[in-house]
Write a protein that binds this ligand. Structure first.
Ligand SMILES: Cc1cc2nc3c(=O)[nH]c(=O)nc-3n(C[C@H](O)[C@H](O)[C@H](O)COP(=O)(O)O)c2cc1C
Length: 347
């Protein structure tokens, strides 16, 4: 990807209204049930869990944002330091620039700031399909990552003027990657969600980890339309396209994969709802980028601390003293999410 396009993405996401406008995550249709007699002290609540073979102090991940640019060096350093400080997982932005120029490793080489946390490399399935897979494996090794996030973004590609239109080599490429990096591949969307059928195909290709990145948060077709100069007040159907995050989690939860719930996660309450729907961790991108633009490392740290504190409050209010107990909570599902589940269960 051109450096200019990456820089445009950072600027547009930091400064413009890039989120879905009508479509929400549908997490508002997931109602947690208040426990007035919680029988837990807030200090006893443990948010610890495990992810990618490492311990997390809270079930939270900063998902892929950037790399390759000069600005991304400070950004990734600060995000990695904050993730290390709080014991969270960290996803690097697309390493495509490194495929074109391995000298650009500087902005991705953050392991020294974050020795203990899970770090994921990142590449688009489309770029992997056009590359020698040994070069993709080297991307992961060169940054000492624990695994590789492979992103799917057909709606974004189809909105870009210069985007890909041929998506025919995906499954074969994924099989090649899971063979070379067994138990280390996470497949993620970028804001349109993943259905049960797609998740089944991914599982049979050997993928162990999924990040649903559903609709309701950052809309990549909208980012691309804004980049083309579209009226920010206007909207196109493709800006609102995708499976809402809550519905996507419901779709993929029964398949026995390790799941990240993301796409529009903006609070500790959202994180708790993702876990109740079957996620093992939740992920955020846009709020973290915006916090960094506002106030660097300190603002990122306090944004994430607020989310974790709110998660603990929610856990107390539903009477869950640890993550396994939270995951057992039975929510009430209402509204459009209920209709989605009824419809999809009749298939
Ligand atoms: C500025 C920016 C750059 C992104 N770059 C990447 C990327 O390189 N690779 C990727 O897999 N996802 C990328 N994403 C997508 C996010 O990881 C995430 O899936 C998506 O934005 C939805 O989460 P959100 O609503 O919390 O932003 C990017 C997101 C933002 C905001």
């Amino acid at each position: 990807m051109s450096q200019g396009r990456k820089a445009d993405h950072l600027r547009i996401c930091a400064e413009m209204d890039v989120e879905f406008r009508r479509q929400s995550t549908w997490l508002e249709h997931v109602r947690l049930v208040h426990a007035a007699l919680a029988e837990v002290s807030r200090d006893e609540i443990s948010t610890e869990t495990r992810f990618l073979g490492r311990r997390l102090r809270a079930p939270l991940m900063i998902t892929a944002i950037s790399g390759g640019l000069r600005e991304a060096q400070a950004l990734n350093r600060d995000l990695a330091r904050a993730a290390q400080e709080l014991g969270l997982a960290f996803g690097l932005g697309s390493q495509r620039p490194m495929l074109e120029d391995p000298g650009l490793i500087g902005s991705y080489a953050v392991r020294r700031y974050a020795p203990d946390i899970p770090i994921l490399g990142n590449i688009g399935l489309q770029q992997a399909a056009h590359s020698d897979l040994l070069d993709i494996v080297k991307l992961v090794q060169s940054v000492a990552a624990d695994g590789l996030a492979v992103h799917l973004n057909p709606a974004q590609e189809l909105t870009q003027r210069e985007g890909d239109t041929d998506f025919s080599a995906g499954i074969k490429t994924l099989r090649g990657l899971t063979k070379r990096l067994p138990h280390r591949i996470l497949v993620k969307e970028t804001g349109c969600g993943i259905s049960r059928d797609t998740a089944r195909i991914l599982r049979s290709a050997g993928v162990d980890y999924l990040d649903v990145a559903g609709a309701g948060g950052t809309s990549w077709p909208r980012v691309e339309n804004l980049r083309k100069g579209a009226d920010p007040a206007g909207r196109t159907w493709i800006d609102e396209w995708g499976i809402p995050t809550a519905a996507s989690l419901w779709e993929v939860a029964p398949l026995g994969l390790q799941i990240v719930g993301s796409g529009g996660i903006r609070s500790g309450l959202d994180v708790a709802k993702c876990l109740v729907l079957g996620a093992d961790a939740a992920g955020m991108a846009l709020p973290v980028l915006r916090a960094w633009r506002r106030g660097g490392y300190g603002a990122v740290l306090s944004c994430l601390q607020d989310v974790i504190a709110e998660l603990k409050t929610v856990m107390l209010l539903v009477g869950a003293r640890d993550i396994p107990a939270l995951k057992k909570h039975r929510p009430v599902i209402t509204g459009q999410l209920r209709e989605w589940i009824d419809n999809r269960s009749r298939k």
